[in-house]
Write a protein that binds this ligand. Structure first.
Ligand code: PMP
Length: 764
């Protein structure tokens, strides 16, 4: 008989017919079959009739009168398993079988008038040792330590059960999740439409799961370790027993813990976090495979769902147990909701971690870096390799990188990698020694800049470069007032955070903000905007030291304003005695496609240029370029030295990047591909109402959409379609497309295709 062919009425444990036995009759049977004189107390039992025997000498037993409908094979299996467990693990806290005076595993007693059986009927009887303790259900929620211990005890039971074979293990029991397809016929009887939906959602994966289950390790399992079958100490802090092996089956091992998880989650013995403890305790003594744990979510959900179906069937067929179906339904719906909310992927990752199968990188990251360390995308990426504009995940997924600008000349560019590695193999010292690399780099770099920007100072990041540039500007001008763009970002040091309204908790009094170019209408408006800001600083007692300016206006929303916009601003800053720091961390090295430097495209002449991110193509390199007179004074005043700044490896990296940009004509590529890409993006924008504007230049492109929530959906939708982009702007509603420079029109086509299907999918 295959499981699937079982008719619902034939499933065991669906109906029970406990014999009607009085305590007096039980006492008589105890005496007659076992020679025990005992006080008798009734115990709970779904199918069998159970009594506790308290003997005068302190010994305690459970006397079971078996369900009349209990199958002979199943009854024999029960006796056999108890004997097996005793032989395998004497200390295992499960009941021990006590034979009759005649040495039989099962006794037989005449029960008088036990309706519906008329007259005198023989009933099978089993005596077992009584395990003291209370039901774990009474201590819910159980402590993490207790859940771990329960997990460990169940695992120990399973280890002892391994190798047990008996025909009883094939019983088609209704509680076996694999019977779910048969139970589905009950679904229409569930009254609430929303519960029906939830149940069918929970049971839908079972069909696909069944063949997978066949491939999992299978053995005899208890199959019913729920809140009323697990005993704990009176203090509720120790697991002291597991009872009732009446539902044992041959099944995938993981079903054991799935049942417990399902039951504990439903009746509140464990929360989802507690589920990890239970699993950890189990897996510590009974290791689970990745495939086992990956089946858990569906098994747990299905087991909860079939509980409701069984209850519904019983109610319909008037064999309902004490718990009302309304109560069970509510707690089951609640448990299924909690599972769904955490989600299969996340919970499976957590369970894999708890079970020690695979300490998920994400959880290790939480622990190592803190739960609030930023991560891109709802489905975080584990990147293991890059190649040009492509990145590859640990799972072998290939994604098009339309976001990262650190790999300016492409991920893992062999020329850069070789230059860095080659230099590292020779020497990595610091700038207090003579070295050719860094000098050659300065010579090559300054050759691309206006002649007065002729000397460099080296640090290790864009933030540091801006921090030092700010110090230089302050000492050069003797002033401490600053102008920045609205929602600007310039880095993470204390001083530079103050110049970064995008992250500063409050903009300090020595800083004023200029309005974003799109909100400035004409030269006169730009003039009055900047002079107003300088006046406000003056009123607060701050003379202008600096205007710090990201030429791509990236964090402000990615703009490409006409050159007229900057002229009055630059003029006013210089007239007020301030310097201009051109922050080229984003727009430098040809990203605009029209100019090698962003300030040249904007049309201003900076006094200091700062470089970061792309200049080392992944090697940490920050550069401050300025006039010799300014730098020499700063060096004299401060004796500036940065240990890693400008070391020979940094020089080798920087040189290699410049060489590749030139050789591969990446500036030209940024122009032609950028023009093509922006054109195609505008076509897409014209067809989708949610796209407000496509702007930017070269390979620095912003696509403004209606709101932040939509931006998030698009970013994640593209990630799911193999395209990585980011988001930007004060309102977080600008898609940020800023790929490595070897990005070609065919890559743009892939983005357009993915973007079109994403926009259709996320359409509000
Ligand atoms: N300036 C700008 C314009 C930036 O975009 C960034 C980084 N995103 C920085 C400075 C700071 O660079 P880093 O993170 O290397 O310190």
């Amino acid at each position: 008989m295959t499981f699937a062919s079982v008719q619902i009425e034939n499933l065991l444990a669906l109906r029970g017919q406990p014999p009607k036995v009085t305590p007096e009759a039980a006492a008589a049977v105890a005496q007659e079959l076992y020679g025990l004189s005992a006080r008798v107390t009734s115990l709970d039992g779904e199918r069998d009739r159970n009594f506790r025997l308290d003997c005068a000498d302190g010994r305690q037993f459970v006397l079971k009168f078996l369900d009349f409908q209990a199958d002979d094979t199943v009854a024999a299996g029960q006796s056999a398993v108890l004997a097996h467990l005793e032989a395998r693990d004497e200390q295992l806290p499960v009941p021990r079988l006590i034979r009759t005076l005649a040495g039989e595993e099962l006794g037989s007693a005449a029960i008088c008038g036990s309706a519906p059986v008329s007259g005198s009927e023989r009933c099978r009887v089993r005596l077992m040792s009584y395990l003291p303790g209370k039901l774990i259900q009474a201590v819910s929620p159980a402590s993490p330590a207790l859940l771990r211990e329960v997990g460990g005890t169940i695992a120990r039971l399973d280890r002892a059960l391994a190798g047990f074979a008996h025909p009883a293990l094939g019983q088609p029991i209704v509680w076996d999740v694999r019977q779910a397809p048969t139970l589905m016929s009950v679904l229409p009887d569930v009254e609430s439409a929303s519960t029906r939906r939830l149940l069918s959602h929970a049971l839908a994966p079972v069909e696909l799961l069944l063949p997978r289950l066949k491939a999992l390790r299978s053995q005899a399992i208890h199959g019913d370790c729920h809140g009323k079958n697990v005993l704990v100490s009176d203090g509720g802090d120790r697991c002291v027993g597991i009872i009732d092996l009446g539902d044992m089956i041959q099944a995938p091992l993981v079903l054991e813990i799935a049942v417990t998880l399902a039951e504990f989650l439903t009746d509140g013995v464990a929360s989802l976090d507690g589920s990890g403890e239970l699993l950890a305790g189990y897996a510590q003594s009974q290791p689970l495979s990745k495939q086992d744990v990956e089946a858990l979510f569906d098994l747990v959900s299905a087991r909860i769902a079939i509980g409701v179906l069984i209850q519904t069937w019983r109610e319909r067929n008037s064999t309902g147990s004490a718990q009302t179906s309304a109560g069970l339904e509510a707690s089951s719906v609640n448990a299924l909701g909690t599972l769904a909310e955490r989600g299969r992927n996340r919970l499976t990752r957590e369970w894999l971690d708890s079970a020690g199968v695979e300490a998920s990188l994400l959880r290790r990251r939480y622990r190592a870096l803190g739960a609030n360390a930023e991560l891109s995308y709802d489905r975080p990426l584990h990147l293991v390799r890059g190649d040009g504009v492509w990145v590859f995940t640990a799972d072998g997924e290939r994604l098009l990188d339309v976001y990262n600008n650190v790999p300016h000349v492409g991920h893992a560019h062999p020329v850069v990698a070789e230059a860095i590695a080659g230099q590292l193999r020779k020497i990595a010292s610091n700038t207090r020694y003579l070295d050719e690399r860094i000098i050659e780099y300065v010579e090559r770099l300054t050759a691309t800049l206006p002649p007065d920007l002729d000397t460099c100072l080296f640090v290790n990041s864009g933030s540091e470069a801006n921090d030092i540039a700010w110090r230089i500007a302050k000492s050069h001008t003797g002033n401490i007032g600053a102008l920045v763009m609205k929602h600007a970002y310039h880095g993470i040091t204390d001083a530079v955070t103050a110049l970064s309204p995008a992250i500063a908790s409050a903009v300090p009094p020595h800083v004023e903000q200029l309005n974003a170019p799109h909100s400035i209408d004409g030269v006169a408006a730009a003039e009055s905007d900047v002079s107003g800001a300088i006046d406000r600083l003056a009123k607060r007692g701050f003379k202008l030291a600096v205007l710090m300016m990201d030429s791509a206006v990236t964090s402000t929303g990615i703009y490409d304003p006409p050159r007229e916009w900057i002229a009055p601003i630059a003029q006013a800053v210089h007239a007020a005695g301030g310097l201009i720091i051109g922050d080229e961390v984003q727009f430098g090295l040809g990203r605009s496609g029209t100019h090698f430097w962003g300030f040249a495209r904007r049309g201003y002449h900076p006094d200091i240029v700062t470089l970061g991110k792309p200049v080392g193509n992944g090697y940490p390199l920050g550069v401050v370029v300025t006039r010799r007179s300014i730098l020499e004074k700063f060096q004299k005043d401060t004796g500036f030295f940065s240990t890693f700044g400008g070391n020979p490896v940094a020089g080798a990296a920087g040189l290699a990047v410049l060489e590749v940009i030139e050789k591969e004509r990446l500036l030209e590529n940024a122009r032609t591909t950028g023009d093509y890409f922006i054109g195609r993006l505008r076509e897409v924008g014209a067809a989708h109402e949610c796209v407000r504007e496509v702007r930017g230049r070269g390979l620095m492109i912003g696509v403004e959409v209606t709101d932040k929530a939509l931006t998030r959906r698009i970013v994640n939708g593209l990630r799911d379609r193999g395209v990585l982009i980011g988001s930007e702007g004060p309102l977080g509603n600008v898609l940020k497309l800023r790929p490595p420079m070897p990005f070609r029109p065919e890559h743009a086509d892939l983005v357009i295709e993915a973007l079109t299907s994403t926009l259709c999918a996320v359409r509000p």
